[in-house]
Design a protein around this ligand. Structure first.
Ligand code: KG4
Ligand code: ZN
Length: 344
């Protein structure tokens, strides 16, 4: 089965073609980062308009790269949520319309299910069951994954997501949008131990997270050392180091608990923050201590992309599931609402 996947939930327009027989045939990605940077964050209306502008060209390019004609596709998969409503509407409408025009089934894919299954696109994929840490700009969740659609939520953030904390902290430090990856980069020049921030919620049992207090701790640290509201480059790097350490260690402690709790021997990280090198290093150590193995997607599939949507959609379509003609994107859609694939 060949599936065309479309991702437009936020500020990346992603398109890909996945074949259940031959794997990933093509993928194209356009990032709107430059456009949103001057506003310091994603402007939803601009995001929707840009998805409309870019999507047709990216779809054509994907067919060209894969050497396929329109009729060579068996199904359509589009992100239906969670995400920005206008942005989701673009991908869902285009996906549903193409499926109707080509007379093929379409499936509405959960964006976080896409992230969660993205490591399956790699040469040595994890096998069910496993523990997944989903860490993106909007989500921080630990999930006991039994199979496609069987997701037991072990814990999640009570306030900010890890990626959101990275971005907001970076903004506080005067770094340009999107701050997360940049903050992580400048942390490489930071001095260890100069700033030690709290590890939120590690002293109580459970697998819940909270990152908003950490943000406040950074704000207070900046206020203490800033001269006329400005901190030096070295101060920035030292704060970035301390912040990243606190987030990474908190995530690592909870991942270890999740492995112990479930007894699973595989740990998967996915979502934008899984591109973070320190997080990968620390979780590899955690996995080793628990005699488990760590999996993550290649860097370009950690952040939003069409390949993960084509893959996730394909897994459900193969088991007979498809979505109705309705175009009904959901800006909020808890992953625990998902079920094992069902034929309709
Ligand atoms: O998965 P994603 O592309 O979009 C959402 O579904 O939210 O994740 C984007 C998030 C942003 O918050 C970004 O700052 C963060 O992932 N991110 C990183 C890194 N790369 C992306 N955070 C820390 N270190 C990184 N290397
Ligand atoms: Zn995402």
């Amino acid at each position: 089965m060949r599936v065309l996947g479309i991702e437009t939930s936020c500020d990346e327009t992603g398109v890909a073609i996945y074949s259940s027989k031959d794997g990933l045939l093509a993928h194209e990605l356009y990032s709107q980062i430059k456009m949103h940077a001057e506003f310091g964050g994603v402007v939803p209306e601009l995001a929707s308009r840009d998805h409309i502008r870019k999507l047709p060209g990216l779809i054509k390019q994907c067919f060209k790269s894969a050497g396929l004609e329109w009729g060579d596709i068996d199904a359509l998969a589009y992100t239906a949520g969670p995400g920005l409503i206008g942005a989701l509407m673009v991908g869902a409408t285009v996906g549903r319309s193409l499926a109707m025009a080509w007379d093929i089934p379409a499936i509405a894919v959960h964006h976080m299910e896409g992230h969660l299954l993205a490591p399956m696109l790699e040469d040595e994929p994890p096998e069910f069951p496993f523990v997944a840490l989903l860490v993106s700009g909007g989500h921080t969740q630990l999930i006991d994954v039994q199979s496609v659609g069987e997701y037991n939520l072990l814990g999640e953030t009570l306030d900010d997501a890890a990626g959101e904390a990275f971005d907001k902290t970076a903004k506080m430090m005067g770094l340009p949008y999107p701050g997360g990856p940049l903050l992580s980069q400048i942390a490489n020049n930071g001095v260890a131990g100069r700033f030690v921030f709290p590890r939120p919620m590690v002293d109580r049992p459970g697998m819940e997270f909270s990152f908003s207090g950490l943000k406040t701790a950074v704000r207070n640290a900046i206020a203490k050392i800033a001269v006329d509201g400005v901190v030096s480059e070295q101060d920035q790097a030292d704060i970035a180091f301390g912040f990243q350490e606190a987030v990474v260690e908190t995530l690592a402690i909870k991942c270890r608990r999740a492995l112990k709790h479930t007894g699973h021997k595989q740990l998967v990280i996915a979502g934008g923050v899984s591109a973070n090198t320190q997080l990968r290093i620390r979780l590899a150590e955690v996995a080793k201590k628990e005699c488990a193995k760590l999996f993550y997607p290649r860097s370009e599939f950690c952040t939003d992309n069409g390949a993960m949507i084509a893959y996730a959609g394909c897994q459900r379509l193969l088991q007979g599931e498809q979505s109705s003609l309705e175009v009904n994107p959901k800006p909020r859609w808890p992953i625990s609402d998902l079920h094992k694939p069902e034929s309709c």
